[in-house]
Design a protein around this ligand. Sequence first.
Ligand SMILES: Cc1ncc(COP(=O)(O)O)c(C=O)c1O
Length: 416
Amino acid sequence: MSSERKARALAHNDRYLSPAKGELFRAIGIDLVIGRREGYSLWDLDGKELLDLHLNGGTYNLGHRHPELVAALRGALDDECLDVGNHHFPSEARGALAEALVASAPEGIARVVFASGGGEAVDVAIKSVRRATGRRRIVSAEGGYHGHTGLALAAGAARFRAPFLSDGDPGAFTHVPFGDLDALDRALAPGDAAAVILEPIPATAGFLLPPEGYLAGVRARCDAHGALLIADEVQTGLGRTGALWAIDGYGVRPDVIVSAKGLSGGLYPIAATLLSEAAGAWLRTDSHGHVSTFGGAELGCRVAQKVLEITTREATRDNVLFVASRLAEGLADLAARRPFLREVRQRGLVIGLSFARPDGGVHVMRRLYDLGVWAIVAGFDYGAIQVKPGLLWDEATTARALETLDAAIGDVARVL
Ligand SMILES: Cc1ncc(COP(=O)(O)O)c(C=O)c1O
């Protein structure tokens, strides 16, 4: 039975917001309206508790309402020298975060442009590489996802760009299969590509792991053809893979890194495009080349700085490795016992589970929900689910996640 609050939220969604999305979820028995949230748990307005294994793509890497992040935001609100800021003027908060981000990044990253979300930050990345190279064409992966804004949308999958007639200028975007260096060679051969943009581990495709040597191969081909390399680290960045930036963990130096989601601590929207000196050269010459009123809002900068600090603590990094190895053991055992789990893709805490049916991910998502775990199907592969454990999970949470995955996968395999 729905509470009055929940019924009102569902009705408002259907009336004013997104009826199709509401219907889609309700059709598979999910009518979640998130109320209380704390750590890695969510409570539906009706009181049902869920372990959050989705984390909104890593927005809640450090959990919901992490006390140190809430304190950082409260402190910023109480600071009479801070608010959103004015994007025309230098800012202490923005400068300090930019310095921390550049220090965190692989060698070669030198500049930062702030945005209010991931799509906007990808747009800045694409604008920057075009301006730096004087070339228009962008090469990206089929099944990649970079957001729903203009250039980011055009770089992503047809599913989202085509209905909005947003394929970009004719010939300006080329999509190649992820993991296929020969296809990339052919796409870069004309010598007119500004950049290759890739998620190091494409999330919406079900966290496909790059084949051995693929990302280094992409870098080499970019260099050979005068193209730059953009790493979209909106989901893979900020410590999830064990390295702060996934691409760095693969030993590859990109020209541009995009960060969003987790940078906000789940409390104040903020995103960032990190640029090499060459990719960001326009910042030295064009004072108003790009502006964004809310990009780098100072309150968000203070939260993001705390996010970086917590994420790079030795204890956090050790915990990521500990949870990742527990999950690797547990998932290997699960896969051995349950053939319905066809493939485990894992790099640190970036995990995709692929099942032995093209709709297996939908069924497992649904059963997990019944059993108190919220994990989402991969949007471009309904046969897989995304599993996004938190950086600060403890042993009990890790065990609960494994037990529930075991039960859900077992139940689904039996029924189908
Ligand atoms: C890899 C990747 N890039 C970009 C984006 C876009 O971010 P935002 O929703 O903040 O615009 C997303 C969002 O899911 C993403 O997963």
